[in-house]
Ligand binder design. Structure first.
Ligand SMILES: [Zn+2]
Length: 183
């Protein structure tokens, strides 16, 4: 039986660390795993995913999800799903129907606090959540008050909708301290 697991959270919530841990566990169970990530994301070099604590794993860079070769794989892992088009949703369904375990990770909300959209699409993280068998929410720590952070705030002015970066542009904040909600 295939399944779709979704791993969501703000920036700096340890999504990649958690992903790498899961991959390790699945490999220990004898499963073959392949990790894919969008080509746009060049943080920490090319063909790897890397956690903020610098643990890395091989990952295949692809532009479109249709390029993912998963024939001989038990577990398909996709990091930073929101840099793909919404055909990712169709592929997840197809892979699940073929009996594969699909794990998808990324932000649930954009920096404005809205559901994270796929590239050029009306579809968002909510569509991913709707099709998931299991959803895990990770949290970070609010940089202002230290409470649990579920949101990401952009700390610079930019007209670029999808500004790729880390702590230089973004910080994790709780709902109370996010611009969408604070008075
Ligand atoms: Zn706060």
């Amino acid at each position: 039986m295939g399944k779709i697991d979704v791993l969501l959270g703000p920036m700096f919530s340890g999504k990649t660390t958690s992903l790498i841990k899961r991959v390790q566990e699945l490999e220990d169970e004898g499963k073959t795993v392949k990790i894919f990530k969008p080509r746009v994301d060049n943080r920490y070099g090319e063909e790897v995913i890397c956690s903020h604590d610098k643990i890395s794993r091989k990952a295949y860079n692809i532009q479109d999800i249709s390029e993912a070769e998963v024939e001989k794989v038990d577990v398909v892992v996709i990091d930073e799903y929101f840099f793909f088009k919404d055909n990712l949703l169709d592929y997840c369904k197809i892979w699940k129907d073929k009996g594969k375990h699909v794990i998808v990770a990324g932000l649930d909300l954009d920096h404005k606090g809205e559901p994270m959209p796929f590239i050029d699409s009306e579809k968002t993280s909510q569509d991913l959540i709707d099709m998931a068998d299991e959803v895990t929410y990770l949290k970070s720590k609010c940089e202002i008050c230290g409470k649990e952070a579920t949101m990401t705030e952009r700390t610079v002015e930019s007209n670029t909708e999808r500004l790729v970066g880390g702590t230089e542009y973004y910080r994790p904040v709780c709902k109370e301290h996010h611009p969408k909600w604070k008075k």
